[in-house]
Design a binder for this molecule. Structure first.
Ligand code: HEC
Ligand code: HEC
Length: 284
């Protein structure tokens, strides 16, 4: 089985002489000349049975030009969407006459929030993603329509909230009541799907650093989400990205916001415990 999967990855690889395995670089990510980001960190304890010797932000796998865009907020195209998120934050919507600001005041009140999501919600008795929590507030505290799970408005709000935690280490809890969901996410991560019979791990754990269809394969970390992609010139959400990757294996994909993708998000987030929150990051 392992041989078969490796062959499928090998078949996707582009034979560019000399750069078939171009490792991640040693550049340092400092934003606006002052915020020093942790983009390489020790492997979290729960991953000690893998062959990985460190975890790394996807930033290391991008070209110098793409990397530079994230190093200055004036150059980062994702920051425009943060401004849009700020407008949404202050806009009264729904039957209760509230905006986010009515209860949460300044977005700086969200400092630290991004770093610990997804997290267990004791009242709902389930693991909730940041997107679920935002919609929970919209529906139950504002009497407003929920945002589409991977919509532009959701991505804008996630970018605004992520920015408040920029530079803080990702620290999602995987013990206690969240454990079962985390286990489910882990299983999904290692399950081969689609005609290509590839799991997330086949590409992002076994093959990171290699070139695949002219793209430099990273560890598939989510510390940088939402992510501005040059490819589609907008912010991309975590579940939007999962969907694209599953499709690339030619498998039927789960829906954004589904229990499966929520579990997968918790698991993938925990593989980045210790990396800095980077959102909104820039990728190709
Ligand atoms: C009527 C008051 C009210 C409004 C309006 C409101 N919220 Fe909340 N929000 C709360 C309360 C109370 C909590 C904490 C309890 C909970 O988790 O439900 C909370 C929790 C949150 C959290 C989780 C914070 C954490 O520490 O885990 C986020 C994120 C959030 N709100 C975002 C928003 C956003 C974005 C909006 C606007 C779209 C909004 N809220 C509107 C009352 C409100
Ligand atoms: C066929 C190989 C392949 C498989 C299988 C695959 N991906 Fe990816 N993935 C890629 C490529 C190529 C990219 C773009 C380059 C990069 O960032 O690694 C990518 C990007 C990502 C990113 C964005 C990383 C960043 O820094 O912005 C995430 C997150 C991700 N994948 C998660 C997953 C998850 C979760 C799964 C399993 C459901 C998965 N991928 C399966 C090839 C794959």
């Amino acid at each position: 089985m392992r041989f078969k999967a490796m062959t499928a990855v090998a078949a996707l690889m582009l034979a560019v002489p000399g750069v078939v395995s171009a490792g991640p670089d040693d550049d340092k990510l400092v934003i606006n000349g002052e915020i020093e980001m942790t983009t390489k960190a020790p492997v979290p304890e729960h991953m000690e049975d893998t062959n990985m010797d460190q975890i790394m932000s996807g930033w290391h796998f991008r070209s110098d030009e793409t990397q530079a865009l994230e190093m200055d907020d004036f150059d980062n195209p994702g920051m425009i969407f943060v401004d849009a998120g700020m407008e949404q934050w202050n806009t009264v919507e729904g039957s209760e006459g509230n905006s986010c600001a009515s209860c949460h005041e300044d977005p700086s009140s969200m400092k630290g929030v991004r770093a610990v999501y997804p997290k267990w919600d004791a009242d709902a008795e389930e693991v909730q993603t940041l997107a679920m929590q935002i919609n929970d507030c919209r529906e139950n505290n504002m009497g407003a329509e929920p945002y589409g799970y991977t919509s532009g408005q959701m991505a804008n709000m996630e970018a605004l909230i992520s920015l408040q935690s920029r530079g803080m280490p990702v620290d999602v809890a995987i013990d206690g009541p969240a454990r079962e969901t985390w286990e489910q996410g882990k299983e999904l991560y290692y399950t081969r799907t689609g005609q290509l019979e590839l799991s997330c791990a086949n590409c992002h754990e076994d093959s990171y650093g290699m070139m695949i269809r002219a793209d430099h394969l990273s560890q598939g970390q989510i510390n940088g989400f939402p992510t501005y992609r040059l490819k589609n010139a907008r912010l991309n959400t975590v579940h939007g990205r999962f969907k694209g990757c599953v499709r690339d294996t030619r498998a039927e994909t789960y829906a954004p916001g589904s229990p499966e993708f929520v579990a997968l998000e918790l698991y993938v987030a925990s593989r980045g415990n210790g990396l800095s929150v980077e959102g909104p990051s820039v990728r190709n």
